[in-house]
Design a protein around this ligand. Structure first.
Ligand code: GTP
Ligand code: MG
Length: 370
């Protein structure tokens, strides 16, 4: 227990709140019924009644995650790279995402209808690449704020007729902070006013020096609109993936991150999860952020029902008791009972901590005030 209000503590101790307030007063603390007490204060009062405060079970998902991602190298295999596209407004991010999806996703997938689930996979030279659909900036800011890192590689789109702009610089900074390799796509090469040399020059000032100029940043001239250079760009993504050697263990229980989520009238809570390690299966007991449940149904980016999803695969699931947030971590448990326990504790804790932000009363700071 991290904190409780005076009222909650009174209830747990089977006492009247007024009695607790009186006790606090005797200890030199002026408290109201709705005030939050920290752990020390709770222990102190509980101690007055000869009650010991129990420790709750470990519920930090990041802690748990390290337990399940700690794979021996011999158990891991290559996994697809996860790519985010970033760049300044109007430089062609959406056009590029669409162009990649249209040229690659439906290949050999006769009748496959692409479905928007916030991410999709393409196959290039027999290898898969996962693209996150969410605008790169949002993906970086909301997800990283939650401590989740989902991107392996960033494609930085810079319009050749416009050059480096404020959000280009912002994107570079995000990628650098996350230590994510950058591939530069010099877009709109079909335009007469295109000036790729200028883009190269300007990016040099931000530490991105093209290989042609003796640096180590890959630059690919493209026209997202006309589909030119897309194949080369994708080959470069594969190349970077090979160099970085992204690996995962498909044999273990899945962990990963929420890409998107919503409440669907017919299906209930729907969440797109990116499996980052392990394999997610139908029926898996799962904790997602502060929600939990069992994976009821899974649909892939082509709108097909699937029974399992391996590393770097985006998949839309139903079966959670509440809608999680983008950037929330998920983790599969051995049994439903534990998943439920962890999920419920996390939900409770979130309530407590949101209350906490409003007014925290600790014995220390109250003594100081007096
Ligand atoms: P925001 O989402 O608003 O930040 O923009 P965006 O980066 O997603 O750009 P978007 O793909 O919407 O493209 C902006 C405009 O540029 C559209 O009118 C596109 O048709 C055009 N455009 C994108 N790529 C190319 C290209 O390769 N050549 C030309 N000529 N126009 C392009
Ligand atoms: Mg866009």
């Amino acid at each position: 227990i991290e904190s409780l209000t005076v009222q909650e503590l009174a209830k747990k101790l089977h006492r009247e709140p007024s009695e607790i307030i009186k006790k606090l007063f005797m200890l030199g603390v002026m408290a109201t019924i709705n005030q939050t007490l920290d752990k020390d204060a709770i222990e102190l009062i509980a101690g007055e009644y000869g009650v010991e405060v129990e420790e709750e079970i470990l519920v930090d998902l990041t802690d748990l995650e390290s337990l399940v991602t700690d794979d021996a190298p011999e158990n891991t295999i290559e996994r697809p790279s996860v790519v985010t596209i970033m760049g300044h407004v109007d430089h062609g991010k959406t056009t590029l995402l669409d162009s990649i999806r249209n040229t690659k996703v439906t290949e050999g997938e006769a009748g496959g209808i692409t479905q928007h689930i916030g991410a999709y996979q393409v196959e290039v030279s027999g290898k898969k690449i996962t693209f996150l659909d969410t605008p790169g900036h949002a993906a970086f800011t909301t997800m990283r704020a939650r401590g989740a890192q989902v991107t392996d590689i960033t494609i930085l789109v810079v319009a050749a007729d416009d050059g480096v702009m404020p959000q280009t610089v912002e994107a570079i900074n995000h990628a650098k902070a996350a230590e994510v390799p950058i591939i530069v796509a010099v877009n709109k090469m079909d335009k007469e006013s295109a000036n790729p040399d200028r883009v190269m020059q300007e990016l040099t000032e931000h530490g991105l020096v093209s290989e042609a100029w003796g640096g180590d940043t890959i630059f690919v001239p493209i026209s997202a609109k006309q589909g030119e250079g897309i194949d080369t760009l994708l080959e470069m993504v594969l190349l970077v993936g090979e160099v970085e050697e992204y690996k995962a263990n498909p044999e273990r229980r899945a962990v990963g991150t929420v890409i998107e989520s919503r409440l669907d009238k017919g299906r209930g809570t729907v969440a797109t999860l990116l499996v980052q390690n392990g394999t997610l299966k139908i029926g898996d007991p799962i904790v997602v952020g502060n929600s939990f449940g069992r994976v009821r149904a899974m649909v892939n980016d082509l709108g097909r029902r699937v029974k399992e999803a391996g590393p770097s695969t985006p998949v839309e699931i139903t079966g959670l008791n509440e809608v999680p947030d983008a950037g929330d971590r998920f983790i599969v448990f051995e049994d439903e009972k534990t998943a439920r326990q962890v999920g419920e504790t996390r939900a409770q804790r979130q309530l407590v901590s949101s209350r906490n932000e409003k007014s925290v009363v600790t014995l220390d700071n109250l003594f100081e005030q007096m």
